[in-house]
Design a protein around this ligand. Sequence first.
Ligand SMILES: [Zn+2]
Length: 217
Amino acid sequence: MKNIMFIAAPAAGKGTQAELVVQKYGIPHISTGDILREISKEDSEIGNYVAETLSSGKLVKDEITYQLIEDRLKKDDCKNGYIIDGFPRNIDQAYEYDRILEKLGYEVGNVIYINVDKNTLEKRITGRRICEDCNTIYNINDKNSSPQVESICDNCGGKLYQRSDDNLESFQTRYNTYEEKTAPIIEHYKKQGVLKEIDGNDSVENIFKKIDEIIRD
Ligand SMILES: [Zn+2]
């Protein structure tokens, strides 16, 4: 199977789709967040550095992140394809990723851009409600995932709440950053002829069908 990279805006459903691919194909899901958390548990020079940096809320140096990604991708379980998540986040990292791939003799594979209208994303984020007891997620802007009784969880009767950053202003900021950093990445992979764009204004099942058609071969 070819390697997979997803590009999608916040709340576009990238994480859910990655999970579905993992379930169906059993390939590893490589996330920079997980790699850093994992290494921070190791008692080594680099492990201690990462642990200290993360706990102080700072960013791990790029060179270290690159090296850790390269080391992770070298492992045997990545030889038959993997999903890379949370990387590259900007065009410099995309160039760096190209270098890592070349060094390892890998190809970038399918770069899948899940394109969702900003308006749809806005509705998803501002409508999201979470059960404070069982964490079930609802969306009051979508009749298929609204609770039956307002503000009450269907499963357990718990109270629903809205996360403090699920508001329009915070979405706007995240979206603007995403657009600014991601547009050049999309262009970069389009030029390489590996970008597959799919319409993400659709149900989880239908989006997965489209992704599956791309990655199956
Ligand atoms: Zn509940």
